[in-house]
Design a binder for this molecule. Structure first.
Ligand SMILES: Cc1cc2nc3c(=O)[nH]c(=O)nc-3n(C[C@H](O)[C@H](O)[C@H](O)COP(=O)(O)OP(=O)(O)OC[C@H]3O[C@@H](n4cnc5c(N)ncnc54)[C@H](O)[C@@H]3O)c2cc1C
Ligand code: SF4
Length: 337
């Protein structure tokens, strides 16, 4: 178990004022460096002394990483833009309401004032065994404490398990996947642009991380194309308490409807697997079908195929089925009834 001292280990603190300087520092210090965004996730790790980086590179003073601007008809959101700024931005609210709703569902107002969009998508899993310092697979050990006959796994995965059954906890991510966002990553070799869903990795690829960021790299912004602006959106988060609680499951979708039929749709769920899931099979199956309860029913049944529940989380299967159903049937009822 972790010895919680609430006192951080000693590290060298750097506060660069430009992305170039931050990248030089990250390149120089490699795996010894920790990137600090808003600090909400980072401080837990540092104060619990479960992460002891030699160097912390704090992005707070980098003005070019903050703010939301219009680019090619879409929006570009700097990685250090706070969740509150995302929630309240007029263009986000007008064109991509689903993102405002999802970001607002995260945590509490105080946390959203400090937590950044870059940190929200890059945060680590909340599996309590791991966060309490138990030496599980993800922490380099050879057991998963959550996936045992007595493991507490009510919040854990029903898809994508591979030794680790922890889930990705972000609320903003499914909305970004539904909006077909691209993540801009600066590497020592130049810039990389990846599709939102490809930013994340499962334990089958790398059990020690939830995303593709490597030492020396930085997520600098998130670009949202205008393709889905003003679509019919649906976001729903299910949680135990209606205040600063991580999702048991969330779903986000963007749908284009013409003459009552679904022209196209993107839909993603999170908190059901170690990697946020885009439901490609559902998207393909509903294309061309009426946007109604019957199509929703069919999509819901398709969505939970292949789910493998643990001892205490089988409830997530009907939860997911019904949220996917509502994302289609529910939107139809609200918009075209
Ligand atoms: C009590 C509590 C409740 C919460 N509830 C929710 C919730 O319901 N839903 C939800 O979605 N979130 C929730 N969160 C998470 C919160 O929303 C923060 O967004 C999240 O903790 C990280 O954001 P941050 O800016 O503080 O990042 P940090 O803590 O600074 O960083 C998080 C991780 O991302 C890395 N990182 C940060 N910025 C970058 C970057 N630009 N490039 C590369 N790597 C980067 C850091 O190295 C670190 O590993 C909760 C947090 C707390 C403490
Ligand atoms: S679910 Fe993953 S993080 Fe949690 S105890 Fe198991 S291996 Fe560790």
């Amino acid at each position: 178990m972790a010895v919680i001292r609430d006192v951080m280990p000693v590290f060298e603190l750097y506060q660069p004022a430009s992305v170039d300087d931050a990248l030089k520092l990250l390149d120089r210090h490699g795996a010894d460096a920790w990137v600090l965004g808003g600090g909400l996730d980072s401080m837990d790790w540092l104060k619990d002394r479960l992460r002891k980086p030699k160097v912390v590179v704090d992005l707070t003073n980098i003005a070019e990483l903050r703010g939301i601007k219009e680019v090619n008809g879409g929006l570009e959101i700097g990685a250090m833009t706070t969740l509150t700024e995302v929630v309240t931005h007029p263009m986000v609210r007008e064109r991509y309401a689903i993102l405002a709703e999802a970001a607002e569902a995260a945590a509490s107002p105080q946390i959203r004032n400090q937590g950044t969009i870059g940190g929200n998508v890059s945060q680590d899993t909340r599996c309590w065994y791991y966060r309490d310092g138990w030496p599980c697979y993800r922490a380099g050990g050879n057991i998963c404490y959550a996936d045992t006959p007595v493991g507490r796994n009510r919040e854990h995965a029903i898809f994508g398990a591979n030794r680790c059954v922890a889930v990705h906890p972000s609320d903003s991510v499914p909305a970004l996947i539904a909006l077909d966002a691209k993540f801009v990553i600066q590497t020592p070799k130049g810039q990389k642009l990846v599709n939102a869903e490809d930013y994340f990795v499962g334990p089958d690829i790398d059990i020690t991380r939830l995303n593709i960021i490597q030492p020396g790299e930085l997520l600098t912004s998130i670009r949202i194309p205008n393709t889905w602006a003003g679509s019919k959106f649906y976001f729903e988060k299910v949680r135990d308490r209606n205040v600063w609680d991580f999702p048991l499951l969330n779903v986000a979708s963007a749908m284009k409807v013409s003459g009552g039929n679904i022209e196209n749709m993107r839909i993603a769920v999170n908190a059901v697997s170690p990697r946020p899931m885009r439901l490609k099979a559902v998207e393909d199956a509903v294309r061309g079908k009426p946007a109604n309860a019957e199509t929703g029913e069919m999509a819901g049944k398709l969505a939970d195929q292949g789910a493998v529940p643990l001892q205490f989380n089988a409830y997530k299967i009907p939860l997911m089925r019904n949220r996917v159903k509502r994302a289609i049937g529910g939107v139809q009822e609200a918009q075209w009834a």
